[in-house]
Ligand binder design. Structure first.
Ligand SMILES: C[S@@+](CC[C@H](N)C(=O)[O-])C[C@H]1O[C@@H](n2cnc3c(N)ncnc32)[C@H](O)[C@@H]1O
Length: 294
């Protein structure tokens, strides 16, 4: 497993996911879900955004690669490999792979591997996804990871990569409003002695709140749209579309049932569908489609 043992950053990331990120803090809820908005008001929007990934993958095939699979934590993720014989889960965290096995059992092949050094034959996969994982690599290995995913695709097949931008022009426009709303929420919480956001979110999802841990996150490094177009676009055909333009911070601050939150998110989703490139480049999370040459 080249790379996994060598890099201090990777060791730290692996330890984090083995010991913290993929520990269950409730019924089917991992510590890692603290980065998601699990409230009912956001559910429909998030569900529909997850399903966008399938549109860009070949619906059928022998092997689908899930590079940095984690435990396949959301039910929508199962859709991506529904028409495939095998889903190959590659992850540096053994805990992730053990958890993934509980979800897809015999359909899965489980490989402890570093996504910057994929140990697979060129052209072996009919489709690939890599969701929220490349950002855990040291900066100088990001291109290598894109290249590896591209290399293992069969000719004419596609891969979908999702990672957040370091900053979103769209979200930045709302930042003053977000800050104000969060300040007001904190103030009202203190006045009425309500629970903090994490506990409220867990309760809204019908789950027990996460036990406090000393460490809540791990190493990440993100690149912007210009970097992806220049560095990755120079070596392979890619499209930058929208996965989801609203950040969790934005949603927690401004999207609420009593403010018609579900309807605002429906409107946002419709706009994203209409202008996928604009929202892909300016929203929080792009969906990057890589297409292997015929
Ligand atoms: C944020 S989680 C995302 C998991 C899953 N793709 C999802 O969207 O729920 C990142 C995952 O990538 C894995 N990971 C981090 N660095 C990796 C590397 N260099 N090679 C393989 N997997 C890696 C972690 O162990 C973790 O399971």
């Amino acid at each position: 497993m080249t790379g996994v043992e060598q890099s201090g950053v990777k060791q730290e990331v692996r330890q984090f996911y083995d010991q913290i990120g993929w520990t269950l803090v409730g019924d089917d809820v991992y510590q890692n879900a603290r980065y998601e908005d699990l409230r009912p008001v956001a559910r429909e929007y998030i569900h529909r955004c997850h399903l966008r990934v399938s549109r860009h993958l070949s619906p059928q095939g022998r092997f689908l690669l899930d590079a940095g699979s984690g435990p396949i934590q959301y039910p929508e993720y199962l859709e991506y490999s529904r028409g495939y014989q095998y889903r190959v889960c590659a992850d540096i965290s053994i805990t992730a792979l053990k958890e993934a096995r509980k979800r897809i059992g015999e359909q899965g092949l489980y490989v402890v591997a570093d996504i910057a050094n994929l140990p697979f034959k060129s052209g072996a996969f009919d489709g690939a996804v890599s969701l929220h994982t490349i950002h855990h690599l040291p900066e100088d290995e990001h291109v290598q990871a894109y290249q590896g995913i591209y290399r293992v695709l069969a000719p004419g097949r596609t891969a979908v990569v999702v990672n957040g931008w370091p900053a979103s022009r769209l979200m930045n426009r709302f930042e003053p409003l977000v800050r104000l709303a969060l300040r007001m929420q904190n103030l009202s919480r203190r006045l009425v002695g309500k629970r903090p956001a994490d506990k409220a979110q867990a309760a809204a999802a019908g789950k027990p709140a996460a036990r406090p841990t000393t460490k809540k996150g791990t190493f990440t490094q993100r690149h912007d749209v210009a970097w992806v177009r220049q560095q990755v676009g120079a070596i392979m055909q890619l499209e930058i579309l929208t996965w989801r333009s609203a950040s969790v911070r934005f949603m927690r601050a401004l999207i609420h049932r009593w403010l018609g939150g579900r309807y605002w998110l429906r409107l946002l989703y419709r706009l994203e569908e209409r202008y996928p490139v604009y929202f892909g480049e300016n929203g929080q999370y792009p969906l990057i489609v890589l297409k292997r040459n015929e």
